[in-house]
Design a protein around this ligand. Structure first.
Ligand code: PEP
Ligand code: MN
Length: 294
């Protein structure tokens, strides 16, 4: 059976690109992902903020209040945490989902939280407005296919050792399985550099944004891993014309059960958000800078 591909080949022997559904030419106007009355990828700056993990009722409600008061529409927080060590805090799991459901009902916030496997995906998707697939799972093709069969938007983080092409192919899995609402998130890659947790690949994020119609956001918290350097890289990401930012904030980072070293304190967070909005306003929101060519 011949495989009919939906794009022209430049020469008779050229290998066609395996990027079919995610490629920018498949949807030149760009994908706008709608999430309960808010949009990601519509030319405005989207901000997703919250703690690394849901740790307690008090912590999550206090952080939700800070995020909502900053005029932000998306709240992040992991109930299931993929940790490098099996002895580290693994998240509150089902109880964490219950607390996120409480945030969802009490605040005007859309919940972004991670699903680590296909078994817990349905429970996560019941609470999540956007289901996150983490860096460590970007190559988990059965999870990607399962994510393609649900009706929630998917926030797909870049694998820490994945090329932009592999990242886009991971998104292709979700679209090919039937879910067109994917947001890509650059979160830093592994390099020889040790002064930062990861190397935030803003160039890769800009290249992805040019190659796909899907929104591309940046997570400078995991990308840098050093709280004092997070605002600078968040600002750089917005200046690069990307669609949004995911940022970790904690009411008291020193007592955080995960990633306290990269969480902004509430005051730093509010200052950063003000700066991000000023930068976005300065760069013609109608035309993402990532699309500029000279
Ligand atoms: C997270 O967002 O908390 C997380 C675990 O991120 P990543 O998958 O990028 O490491
Ligand atoms: Mn984290």
């Amino acid at each position: 059976m011949s495989d009919h591909l939906p794009f022209p080949q430049s020469t008779p022997n050229a290998t066609p690109s395996p990027l079919r559904l995610v490629t920018r030419s498949a949807r030149p106007a760009g994908t706008v992902v709608s999430v309960r009355g808010r949009s990601i990828g519509d030319g405005n700056l989207s901000i997703i903020a919250g703690p690394c993990a849901v740790e307690s009722r008090d912590q999550v409600l206090r952080t939700a209040e800070i995020v909502q008061d900053a005029g932000i529409a998306f709240f992040r927080g992991g109930a299931f945490k993929p940790r490098t060590s099996p002895y580290s805090f693994q998240g509150m799991r089902k109880e964490g989902l219950r607390l996120l459901a409480e945030v969802r009902s009490r605040f005007d916030l859309r919940i972004v939280t991670e699903a680590m496997d296909a078994e817990t995906l349905p429970a996560v998707a019941e609470v999540a407005d956007v289901v996150q697939i983490g860096s460590r799972n970007m190559h988990n093709y059965s999870l990607l296919e399962a994510a393609g069969r649900i009706s929630r938007p998917i926030l797909l983080k870049r694998g820490m050792s994945a090329t932009v092409h592999e990242w886009l192919l991971a998104a292709e899995y979700v679209l090919a399985a039937g879910n067109p609402n994917v947001i890509l998130c650059e979160r830093g890659i592994r390099t020889f550099e040790t002064s930062t947790r990861n190397t935030l690949d803003l160039a890769g994020a800009v290249m992805a944004r040019r190659q796909t119609h899907l929104p591309v956001i940046v997570d400078p918290s995991h990308g840098v891993g050093v709280a004092s350097a997070v605002p600078a890289m968040a600002m750089a990401s917005v200046a690069a014309g990307l669609d949004g930012i995911m940022i970790e904030v904690h009411p008291s980072p020193e007592s955080a059960l995960s990633d306290g070293h990269q969480a902004l304190r509430p005051a730093e967070f509010l200052q950063t958000v003000t700066l991000l909005r000023a930068i976005r306003a300065a760069i013609q929101p109608s035309k993402p800078v990532a699309e500029f060519t000279v």
